[in-house]
Each structure stands twice: as structure tokens, then as C-alpha cells.
Design a protein around this ligand. Sequence first.
Ligand code: SF4
Length: 566
Amino acid sequence: MAKLLRVNLAKGQVHYEDVPEKYRLLAGRSLTSQIVLDEVEPICEPLGELNKLVIAPGLFAGTRCPNSNRIFIGAKSPLTGTIKESNAGGTVARKLAKLGIKGIIIEGKPASDAWNVLVIKKDEAILVPSQELVGLGNYKTMESLHESYGAKVGIMSIGQAGEMMLSAASVAVSDPDGLPNRHCGRGGMGAVLGSKRIKAIVVDDTGADDAIAEIADPEGFNEVCKEWTKTLAANTVGLKNFGTTNLVNPINAVGGLPVKNFSQGSYDRFEKINGQALAAACIGNGGRVGHACSPGCVVRCSNVYHDKDGKYVVSAIEFETVALFGSNLDIDNLETIARLNRLCNDYGVDTMDVGGAVGVAMEAGIASFGDEEAALDMVEQIGKGTILGRLLGNGSTITGKVLGVTRVPASKGQNMSAYDPRALKGTGVTYATGTQGADHTLGNGLPGRFGVDTNSKDQQVEISRKLQIMTAVVDGLGLCLFIGPMPPTMDTLVKVFSKYVGKDITLDELLERGKDLLRVEMSFNKLAGFTNADNRLPEFFSNEPLEPKGVVFDITPEELDAVLNF
Ligand code: SF4
């Protein structure tokens, strides 16, 4: 039987609980958000004793379902003030599933300032004092923990940013190489873990049963998953060959690639940072493309980047990182972008919020656009904890306020994730109305989806609504989003979920799961004081035409208010 692991820092207790029936078919984002709504006071201080951090693997983690070994973290966000969920691949989700752990709830105010590591094994879960890890970045932290607990354990950890409780702090998750390269990056989940004085979580599944998932029709489930694995791999060859940077060309073509703090939508040197350039650098320098960030991934969008001397730098360089540290800062050098990415992984900060914040700082005149050394220096200041570093580590909204910049590309305090909303209006609608601030992973209106012109407002409200619901279905089952939150995937998930529960469910019932999840998150936000007035984008997106297409974000407030009106 699956169980919940509750860690109460105030009492110093770690214990298992039965899973309430209402949580039985929830997992991933649907479980983290439901528990946050059920247990967290919506108006609480995000870094205070009343907030709770909830960690949950996907429903199908540990099974033969492709791309299912994903880990989700939820809490009230110190960055946005809303409910938040952020997810990553890596090795932890599968191990938790094997141990029969459906979720971990970390709560309470620690009795002292001492730091701990939560160690979870087959027969015990304990807090271990870990003062010696304080001040270390994620790479050294994981190296040390692997030395102590073995090379095969899965680890989640925070770097210096999480220790400082910076609101863009991430939680790193060990990848198959044992390195802190996968991140629950958005919304400051690392700051919440830091507020609980938990430096890391070690998961050792030695001796655990492999067949823990509660599948009603295992034979049928495996058959459906086997077929899906083949089609999924065949349909995602571009992601395997070029990673998510495959998006540089189409996003640049529609005029939505951020350039110099979102002041242009097309980058004249995009070919130096696109998927082809990155793949050539990865392969040419001894790294690789087609890397799987978690066991059971058949899409394999991850890459491994080595520098020109063949030395390992980081994995994986994503489109959003390339856009926000590249074109957004007028930096066309993949070597520099890789180093910036590595620094963020080490300190444990979100590359999107920090890339956006550095862009805002450059607009403020702290450095010139295109100054690579200045960008590296600014990000290094996060690790050092200087005043400027702490500003940047709190994201672009705080940075803009302090430095007097009003052109801040953010919604509800969170930086936009590299898709300019004027040229990608469906994504813009999601930025404005999403339950968690500007986050493309809530419903991304990419070029080619639904066959519409992303620069036109035509159908964008409906497209964002559909994508937000289908994305909530995928997240609510705890799957990797690169299975594609689109109608054909929904048809497949109807079959997979039907076999899991042992009865035929309909497409409408599946989509209702997505709507239910959004209702849960909207309920929390309403209780936290958010209204429709918060579902707006900064004025400059409506007033400042974006070249080369000359478009503005022209979705009206009334149209935005109707997006999640169900
Ligand atoms: S598709 Fe990419 S992000 Fe998803 S599990 Fe595979 S490597 Fe990780």
C-alpha cells in the first residue's frame, strides 16, 4: 500500500500515514496542489512555519508508462504568492514509487537553525544533521552525499540560493549521472525547502519491491504503454536530435524570441544559439544529444554540454535558458550560456527568473547588453550573496523595483519563460491567467499548435484554455510535458488511465480531472487574495509594438477574465 511521509520539523518527527481515499488517484501536480489547498493557510507567509512543501512522484512512476518518472514539488510560492508546482525528471521519482511513497509533506518551523538531510530508505526515514554541507553548491553537495550514501541513491538538494531563501531558488534533482542537473526551478520551491532547514533529501530504494504501482489491469496497461512508447519515440525525433532548443528557429520566425529584455522579437544571430548549433557543439566537443534525464524516458530531449576543451560543463541546456541568457542578453556564445547555466544549477536558481533579472539589470545600466563577463559576474554574485546577487536571485520583479525598471517581463512576480506574449498570444494568455504566474508549462501556445497564427488574437483565448486543461491532465497524472498536451495524447491517456483504474473512462472524464486541478489552484489563489485584476500582463506589452511583426498583446481584460471561467 502506498503511503504518505510526513516530516514535522517543529516536533522533529518523521512518520508514515495512510493515503486518504480522496488522494488515491491523485499524483504529481494534482496531489501537491490538493494537499496545499487542504493543509496550507492561503494567506500564510511562504517562508514561515505555516507553509508546507509537498513532494509527489507521478501516478505511473515505476511502471512501463513512458516518461512517467517525474517528481513534482508544491507549496505556496515566495515568488508569486500563489499556489505553485514545479517538476523535474531525474532519478528520485522512480525510487520513491518503488518505496511506495505517494507523497512527502514537510511542515512546521524547525526548532533550531541547524540543517538536516532527510534520508529515506526501505525501512526508515530519518533527519540527519548536516551542518557540514552548509554553504556548498549543489554539485559538491551531491558529491558528498553520494560518498556517504552510495552512488545509486537519488538526491534532491538546494544550493546557496535555497539556503538564503531567495525567491527564485530551485530544488535540484540528481540526473542518471548523479549530478544536480534537473531542477524544480520555478516559484522558489528551493527557498521553501531552505526555510525548513532541509539541505537535501536522499532516497535509497535498495531492497524495494519493483512492482509497487496499483494497476487494476497490468497486462492491458503494459500493452497500451508498449504501443505508445513506439509512437512517442517516432513522433519526437526533433527533440531527441536538437533538444528543446529546436524551438529557437520557429520562435524566432514568428518574432517571439526575447532580445535585449524583450525589446525585439527576432535575433539576427539566432543561428549561433539554435538547436543545430547546440547539437553540433555537444557532439563536437565530446558531449551528447538524445540524453534521457530520467529512467523510462523515450523522448530524450536532454543534452550534455562539454566546453571547447572537451571538459564537462552542464546538462541540459534548454531553449528557455538559451533564450533568456542568450538573445535576451544579446549573448550569442553557447560557451558562456553553458557556464551561466552551470552556475545557476550549482547555486540552485531558476535560469528563467535569473536570465530575466539580468536582462532587467542590463536595462537599468548595471552592465551593457552583450557583456558576457558582466553577466557571469552578476550570476556569480548570487552564490556570493552580495546585495546585487540577492536581488537577482529574487527574480526580475524585485530587481526591476529596486533598480527602477518598469519594463519587467513578468506576471504575478514570475519572469516570462522566453516566449514574447505579443507574438505568441496563446502563451501570453496563459502567462496572464495561469494559476502560477508567467509559466509556459501551464499551457504553451507554440507555433503549429491548432494551426493558428500565433501573432493574431484569433482563437487564442480558447487555445490557452484548452492547453491549460490538457496540461493539467498531464501534470495531474505526473507525466513529462514532452509527451505533448494535445488531443492525440489525451486519447492515449484515456486508454492508459482506463487500464490503470480497471474501467473505461471517457475523454470528458479525463479532461474533467484537468479542470478539477485548475479549480483547486484557483480556490487557493482566491483565498490568498488574488482576483481577476491580477490576471494581467505589464502595460508595455500592450503599448510597445514588437518588431519585426509590429504586434502588441491585444487580448482584452474581458477576454482574459473568460479564460478559466468554468
Ligand atoms: S523528454 Fe526531456 S524532460 Fe522529459 S523526461 Fe525525457 S529528457 Fe527529461
